[in-house]
Ligand binder design. Structure first.
Ligand SMILES: Nc1ncnc2c1ncn2[C@@H]1O[C@H](COP(=O)(O)OP(=O)(O)O)[C@@H](O)[C@H]1O
Ligand code: SF4
Ligand SMILES: [Mg+2]
Length: 331
């Protein structure tokens, strides 16, 4: 049996705004096994980032985790002290933020920023921290690390900045790396290179990884298992193979047919119609019903439960067992 590193159960994180309560994450359960890469996928606004921020316990105000369990290495993270969480964040869980420009401080050199983390979490003196920082740049495959180490963020390309963010996230050899859309801001060739680097680092340092993305193509290339999020809820989960070969949720089918290099050649690329719902007053029943081409009355009246389809493969749709959904892999 695979050993579980992280388990999230029934997580609810809401934002208490002047306009109302935004139910950003609304009952999410997921787990990450040791050594695997879990993909969290969904359109923009589906709650991916807020899920990751909740795991790290850095949800910004007016957000609040109001319910659920987060267990990491058998510790209940929601019961840990702030001090304990600060240590855990640096040493055991590495985080790559969605926006690489916000990660790096413009007034410090690359070396200063990396060595600061090393001094804080690993008790290195300044000189050894700087040496280790150069080595880290080499590990994340940045050319000329001795030159880069003395540069400021504005002197670096987007790809190099993201590699430095990766170096910072892995500098204490965490057992879990949370990567929030690590390549979204970059162009396609750089994207592929960065994903290769991440895969290599994961194996080299024996990490588990949560890769957040809106791109099913990236999941196909990188992830062992996948969680499909929609409007703050899990709509399907399983191994990458199960979900791609035999999708059980209409939203997954829609996501799969919107991926350029996965879609069938003869078929027109489809864009999912409609918008992600307002999370202050989400649609009744199945939250996907206003956009779902298979919707019926029961979808408006009743919330579908996440139910097992086969071992490790779950879906939340009233018609999951009946629908014959299209897969770009098998059709
Ligand atoms: N600081 C905030 N205040 C109010 N609402 C927020 C805040 N941050 C995120 N949200 C809302 O939470 C929902 C989920 O956001 P997010 O997790 O960032 O989505 P994703 O990462 O999947 O694009 C969105 O509806 C978003 O508007
Ligand atoms: S429950 Fe109904 S609306 Fe929701 S995905 Fe299934 S068929 Fe579509
Ligand atoms: Mg996000």
């Amino acid at each position: 049996m695979a050993e579980t590193l992280l388990r999230v159960e029934g997580l609810r994180t809401y934002f208490y705004t002047w306009a109302g309560v935004v139910k950003a994450v609304d009952g999410v359960s997921l787990h990450v096994n040791k050594g695997e890469t879990l993909g969290i996928v969904g359109e923009s606004g589906s709650g991916k980032t807020v899920t990751a921020l909740s795991i790290m316990r850095i949800v910004p105000a007016p957000g609040k985790i109001i319910e659920g369990k987060i267990e990491f290495q058998r510790k209940n993270l929601l019961a840990e002290s702030d001090e304990e969480m600060r240590k855990l964040r640096g040493r055991e869980i590495g985080y790559i933020f969605q926006d690489p420009t916000s990660t790096l401080d413009p007034v410090y050199t690359v070396g200063e920023q990396l060595s600061e983390v090393l001094v804080r979490h690993q008790n290195l003196d300044k000189k050894s921290a700087m040496d280790r920082a150069v080595e880290l740049l080499r590990i994340v495959e940045i050319p000329d690390p001795e030159i880069r180490i003395n540069q400021y963020p504005h002197q670096l390309s987007g790809g190099t900045k993201q590699r430095i963010a990766i170096a910072r996230a892995i500098c204490c050899s965490p057992s879990l790396l949370l990567a929030d859309e690590p390549t979204t801001a970059l162009d396609v060739t750089i994207q592929a290179q960065i994903l290769e680097t991440l895969k290599g680092l994961k194996d080299r340092f024996n990490m588990s990884m949560v890769l957040i993305t809106h791109d099913m193509g990236i999941v196909a290339e990188t992830c062992d298992r996948v969680v499909i999020l929609y409007a703050g809820q899990v709509y399907e989960t399983g191994t990458t193979e199960q979900v791609f070969e035999n999708p059980k949720h209409p939203y997954t089918e829609a996501l799969l047919t919107s991926v350029p290099h996965l879609a069938l050649k003869r078929e027109r690329l489809s864009v999912i119609q409609g918008n992600i719902p307002n999370l202050i007053e989400p649609p009744s029943g199945c939250r996907f019903h206003p956009r779902c081409k298979y919707a019926q009355q029961i979808c408006i009246d009743k919330v579908p439960e996440l139910e097992p389809m086969e071992e490790g493969h779950l879906a939340a749709c009233h018609f999951a067992r009946e629908l014959k959904l299209k897969s770009p892999v098998t059709s």
